[in-house]
Design a protein around this ligand. Structure first.
Ligand code: SF4
Ligand code: SF4
Length: 440
């Protein structure tokens, strides 16, 4: 089917040097002409006012490391990890500097120099990328939340470990079951299928929002797509790559390519913006892997974010509309990394009708950014406060957004601010309306 591209940002998705990430690409660094047009969109620059916390300043730090003027540890390491990797600077840059690749290269460089045990690497390898570890962690957290232990422990943490208490309060309710455990390998829609889509159930999405995965499947079925759920799928690898563990990310990508290929699906639909952004880059990630590079390019070409896919292939418009004031927050890895903005906006506009109200600074990072809100809790909280104030000003009762990190972060923010705002994924919003249509 021919598709229109309602890209409002006007930039092509980034491609570049991910295949050789043991050094920072000089070609990418020298593209920066130091104009400073990226400074006004940078959340960390807004927080500190320091040049070194801006995209331009960080690129200068990278150049200084390359030239041997400063070491990899210290300020360089701090600033590379203080960056949210939101890629707002990439959207703003008139020179097309691929900042996302630069900062990820810098993180790989940092991790490659690290000696000894790394707790971050241990957690990412075993509890995010490792399927068994993720299940154990999800089961423990579920027990903690549902057994009443949370109610007993939180007041204790508040006194003894206030830092951990604040972070624990941001944890969303864990799902009762993983969607991947209940979905059949293949599901046929009613009537003739338009084609087959394979879905990524994800790690964070399935552990915390498995209902969104079910809504995604139901919406796709409603629109007459046959659904394949690859059972051997693993974490997409984005959290590992963004944290500097590129080899782990590559091995996860290869496993996913193998498993998704087996389905014979026409498209691979992903409902988590961070994951779809990364899976679209598998071709780049594996470009120096002779065994997998061609398959990776083919794989990435089939990846579509959920709202991008629905909008571009066409979907049944529900007759019922969302009630109350509805707004939309743009996940960084959808708007900046994938340049997908017009498509989800068009859907949210359609299903809200007159109830839609624009969110001021909709593209400004909410502070979630993978594990940023855990590692840089104070700074992430300031970004969240800014987001919450914009939501308050817009008067929304429903906020739609398509990334589990943003959903969890903003839900915690409005809850702390005692605001009556429901944060929902576009798939959930649409599925509710389809169900409501069926009743009327
Ligand atoms: S906008 Fe682009 S070229 Fe200008 S300083 Fe920022 S990164 Fe460099
Ligand atoms: S990725 Fe985001 S936080 Fe990092 S330099 Fe660019 S705009 Fe700033």
């Amino acid at each position: 089917m021919a598709v229109s591209n309602p890209d409002v940002t006007g930039h092509a998705p980034s491609v570049g040097s991910r295949g050789r990430l043991t050094e920072i690409s000089d070609d990418l660094i020298t593209q920066c002409m130091h104009c400073g047009l990226c400074l006004s969109v940078c959340p960390t620059y807004a927080l500190t006012g320091l040049e070194r916390s801006s995209p331009r300043g960080r690129i200068r730090l990278m150049k200084s490391v390359q030239d041997g003027i400063i070491p990899v540890s210290g300020t360089f390491e701090y600033e590379m990890n203080f960056c949210l990797d939101c890629q707002a600077c990439q959207t703003a840059c008139p020179a097309g500097v691929k900042y996302g690749e630069l900062v990820e290269s810098a993180r790989v460089l940092i991790e490659s120099r690290r000696k000894g045990f790394s707790l971050k690497k241990f957690i990412l390898t075993n509890f995010v990328a490792g399927k068994k570890g993720l299940r154990v962690a999800a089961a423990v957290l579920r027990f903690y939340q549902k057994s009443g232990a949370e109610k007993i422990l939180l007041p204790v943490l508040k006194v003894l470990m206030p830092g951990l208490y604040k972070r624990a309060g941001m944890l969303p309710c864990m799902s009762d079951k993983f969607a991947i455990d209940v979905l059949p390998e293949m599901l046929d829609p009613k009537g003739e299928a338009r084609g087959t889509v394979a879905i990524l159930t994800g790690c964070v999405m399935d552990a915390m929002y498995s209902d969104v995965n079910i809504d995604t499947v139901e919406v796709l079925l409603e629109n007459r797509w046959r659904i394949a759920t690859p059972t051997g799928q693993v974490c997409c690898g984005s959290v590992s790559a963004h944290s500097g563990d590129i080899e782990l990310a590559k091995s996860l990508a290869v496993r996913n390519i193998r498993d998704f290929e087996k389905t014979g699906a026409d498209y691979y639909v992903v409902n988590s913006a961070g994951c779809s952004a990364f899976m679209k880059e598998y071709g780049e990630l594996l470009k120096e892997d002779p065994q997998n590079c061609a398959r990776a390019v083919e794989f990435s070409a089939r990846v579509k974010d959920f709202s991008e896919f629905l909008y571009e292939t066409g979907y049944r418009k529900p007759t019922t509309k969302l009630g109350g004031v509805v707004t939309y927050h743009e996940p960084c890895h959808l708007v900046h990394a994938q340049k997908v903005s017009g498509q989800p906006r068009a859907i949210v506009n359609e299903i809200s009708g007159e109830n839609y109200r624009e969110l001021n600074e909709a593209t400004w990072c909410c502070g979630s950014a993978g594990i940023y809100n855990v590692v840089h809790y104070e700074e992430a909280s300031k970004l969240l406060e800014r987001k919450v104030e914009n939501i308050r000003a817009c008067g929304a009762g429903t906020l739609v957004t398509g990334n589990p990190g943003c959903m969890a972060q903003i839900t915690a923010g409005v809850k702390n601010a005692r605001m009556d705002v429901e944060v929902v994924h576009p798939a959930t919003a649409l599925n509710r309306l389809y169900k409501s249509d069926r009743k009327t």
